[in-house]
Design a protein around this ligand. Structure first.
Ligand code: NAD
Ligand code: MG
Length: 404
């Protein structure tokens, strides 16, 4: 089988990563083995009609209804439900590649299940590495799973690293490879040139818009608070086996350079392209070959400037919080992720201000009661989910204080 005839499982098929992946599948005629969706089940149904997967995952309460609907359309597709169903799809070897495109902590169980089954995982769900980076990476090593990053920055860095590191991230520490540090680029989001007060008064409609990328609402809000870059910093530490001090962040508002690797001889290797998720996804789908993605090629003569700006740590305190979390330990990263997720959804519900998100995460990271867990490392999914739940409950308490 060539890379392009390997069947795909797309978890989170109805979202933005799902859209980009299935666009490429359409363009290249890739076979689809399984799909999953959570909210927009009409869209998931249409995708089933179009791609004729063997299996599909839906929320647990929707299995019978969805199965009936497929049956009446004469589609023989096995329907599974809930987190157990997602874990089953993720580990099913009927697919040769699993796209982890679910948003937030809901993606952790299936990501872990895929790596445990030794799958090739195209990882978009950065939250699973933030919550359980060591567990996911160690499990991948033990079970010979391959993790190919499709988050654009991490995919860019992957492309700029030597083959030895692409094959095994522990090789990054071999001095003869000469890797000095990594540069994560950030767009700076929609508030880069606005004041803190503008951020404070941002409407939901403003915060779900991004100047350069078209993405789901959670990651777009994260980009506007720059928590996205904080999560990506932690993601990069795990994917590339480096400490946070070896990763620098530069705001690059044009989103043309998607990230860089710096070597000891002064060389900085960068990956450039138009801001279109189909490029990193196609890279990972075809790796180590290359394929068409449908993305527009970059016209170098249209670029008038490539700017790089140091992030304003006062305005974007999420970056400091993320560095603090990974320095502290696995528990603090779980807390960072969970308190952010709960706060982002409170913001999207119109209950708090955009700037309350980072303030709330900070309060949680300073919480004495939870604090005893923050320095711990977690190697069991159940324990990670238990702390995630405690943090969510505690975050709700802080949010209620803001809104009462
Ligand atoms: P999205 O909101 O557009 O889509 C999310 C998908 O997850 C949908 O299919 C939805 O049905 C599913 N989902 C949501 N809640 C679920 C639950 N509780 N159980 C099961 N499935 C659930 O999000 P997105 O923008 O596609 O982002 C997906 C992931 O990819 C995120 O982790 C994000 O950080 C990462 N990512 C996205 C982009 C992008 O361009 N959109 C870029 C880089 C990384
Ligand atoms: Mg990214």
């Amino acid at each position: 089988m060539t890379a392009l005839t390997v069947p795909l499982t797309v978890l989170g098929a109805t979202g933005s990563i799902g859209d980009s992946t299935l666009d490429i599948a359409r363009l290249a005629g890739l076979p689809v083995y399984a799909l999953s969706g959570f909210g927009r089940l009409d869209k998931l149904f249409d995708l089933c009609v179009e791609f004729r997967p063997s299996r599909v995952g839906v929320p647990s309460g929707k299995v019978d209804e969805f199965a009936k609907r497929l049956k009446s359309a004469n589609l023989a597709i096995d329907v599974v439900g809930g987190q157990d169903g997602l874990a089953e799809l993720a580990s099913d070897k009927g697919a040769g590649k699993v796209v982890a495109g679910i948003v937030g902590s809901a993606g952790l169980g299936s990501t872990l299940s895929a790596v445990r089954a030794g799958q090739t995982v195209l990882l978009a769900n950065k939250e699973s590495l933030v919550m359980a980076g060591e567990l996911v990476m160690n499990t991948a090593r033990t079970h010979n799973a391959v993790i190919l990053p499709i988050d654009s920055e991490h995919n860019a860095i992957f492309q700029c690293l030597p083959k030895a590191v692409q094959d095994d991230n522990t090789a990054i520490h071999r001095t003869e490879l000469g890797i000095k540090k990594l540069w994560l680029t950030a767009s700076g989001g929609g508030f880069l040139h606005k004041s803190y007060d503008d951020m404070k008064n941002a409407t939901v409609a403003q915060a779900v818009k991004h100047p350069n990328w078209n993405m789901g609402s959670k990651i777009t809000v994260d980009s506007n608070t720059m928590m996205n870059k904080g999560l990506e910093l932690i993601e990069a530490c795990h994917l590339f086996n480096l400490s946070e001090s070896q990763i620098d962040i530069a705001i690059h508002p044009q989103s043309i350079i998607h990230s860089m690797a710096e070597y000891v001889d002064g060389s900085i290797l960068a990956q450039l392209g138009t801001p279109d998720m189909r490029t990193p996804i196609a890279h990972a789908l075809a790796y180590p070959d290359r394929m068409e993605s449908g993305a527009k090629s970059l016209n170098l003569f249209d670029i008038s400037a490539l700017e790089f700006i140091r992030p304003d740590k006062d305005k974007f305190k999420s970056l400091t919080l993320a560095r603090h979390a990974i320095q502290t330990g696995g528990g603090a990263c779980i807390a960072l992720n969970a308190s952010n997720e709960v706060s982002v959804s409170a913001f999207l519900d119109g209950r708090i201000r955009l700037t309350d998100i980072a303030d709330t995460v900070e309060r949680v990271l300073n919480d004495d009661e939870l604090g005893a867990e923050f320095g711990r490392h977690f190697d069991e999914l159940d324990e990670i989910l238990a702390l995630d739940k405690r943090v969510r409950d505690r975050t709700d308490v802080y949010l209620r204080k803001l809104t009462d």
